[in-house]
Design a protein around this ligand. Structure first.
Ligand SMILES: O=P(O)(O)OC[C@H]1O[C@H](O)[C@H](O)[C@@H](O)[C@@H]1O
Length: 314
């Protein structure tokens, strides 16, 4: 039909950077993916409401990673190693993967894009390993956002490599003090604000009244973020990613970040599906897969109702 927008569109974003727009068949929900960082920067529902947070001060210019959306932390999460904070995948230019190996779950869905990252000569100097990192980003028929990472060791020197990883997802929330996270109660975590010491989460669902920077360990495959004011619940499902980072910089750290507004901490929360505590090791020829699926349901779906059937049908 004339006037109908295509499910996949290649265009230019901020500062002329290449981006891909994915649209659902009904045309109402959409995602944007920048080749810079292989980064999702927008995910809208069928009402046109933005579900991800991107800072109004985000710098869309290398070498700074884009502040918001879903940066990919690879091959190192945070500063736990010799590389720059969160590794380098988030500030490299990815390419469109024109010939991706087959996907087991190939549906009739057309709103997806395959990206690929391989090391440059310069990258090999700081991390001397050959790899192919394939990322498929899909907008599902119900407006769900799905990311699948496939990382393969292509070293021909016989050497294995190890890495840590996170989908550093910035969710947009109405008011951080009205938000709760369910699914992480009673779990152990490493507290980045207390020299990565290990603690056990006590009590009920997690709420926010000050800076938080924790790595929850051995988390369930499903986590919910309840936004009471918006009457919306985000449901995060993950596979191959045992850990979950929860981060909000709060006021002091917000002020210290050049690419983050002073009050923006009130409207975002990072819940990051990750593999951190036990690094992934791949021998040459081996591949690792890590999947993240995000959806939203109205907040009638609330505390204690983490029933997969309801979510799928809701
Ligand atoms: O400022 P960035 O390098 O993007 O990192 C932002 C944040 O990422 C993660 O959530 C870490 O756990 C935090 O310690 C870090 O402050």
């Amino acid at each position: 039909m004339s006037g109908e927008k295509p499910p996949v569109e290649f265009c230019k974003g901020v500062n002329g950077l290449d981006k891909v727009v994915l649209r659902e068949a009904k045309g109402s929900s959409a995602e944007q993916v920048y080749l810079y960082g292989g980064q999702v920067t927008s995910w809208k529902n069928d009402q046109g409401e933005e579900l991800l947070f991107v800072s109004s001060k985000a710098i869309f210019k290398p070498p700074k990673a884009i502040r918001g959306g879903i940066p990919i932390c690879f091959p190192q999460f945070s500063n736990n190693g010799p590389l720059e904070q969160h590794g380098f995948a988030r500030n490299r230019f990815w390419s469109i993967d024109t010939d991706p190996p087959p996907f087991p779950t190939n549906t009739s869905n057309k709103a997806f894009v395959d990206l690929i990252l391989k090391p440059s000569e310069e990258d090999l100097k700081i991390w001397p390993h050959s790899y192919e990192f394939r990322l498929r980003v899909t907008l599902g028929p119900g407006g769900d956002l799905m990311l699948t990472s496939r990382i393969r060791n292509t070293n021909n020197d016989g050497k294995p490599f190890s890495f840590t990883f996170a989908y550093h997802t910035y969710f947009s929330v109405s008011d951080i003090s009205e938000v709760r996270v369910e699914g992480l109660e009673t779990l152990d975590y490493l507290d980045n604000l207390q020299e990565k010491q290990r603690f056990t989460e006590q009590g009920d669902a997690i709420t926010f009244e000050s800076e938080v920077d924790k790595i929850y360990l051995g988390t369930p495959t499903k986590i919910a973020i309840l936004d009471h004011e918006k009457k919306r619940t985000f449901v995060l499902r993950k596979d191959g990613l045992p850990d979950a980072v929860v981060w909000n910089p709060w006021d002091k750290k917000a002020k210290a970040m050049a690419d983050f507004g002073d009050d923006e901490y009130k409207h975002m929360l990072c819940v990051e599906a990750a593999a951190i505590e036990k690094p992934i090791t791949l021998k040459p020829g081996e591949e690792w897969k890590g999947r993240l699926e995000l959806s939203t349901v109205p907040s009638s779906y609330c505390s204690g109702q983490l029933d997969p059937q309801r979510v799928l049908q809701g």
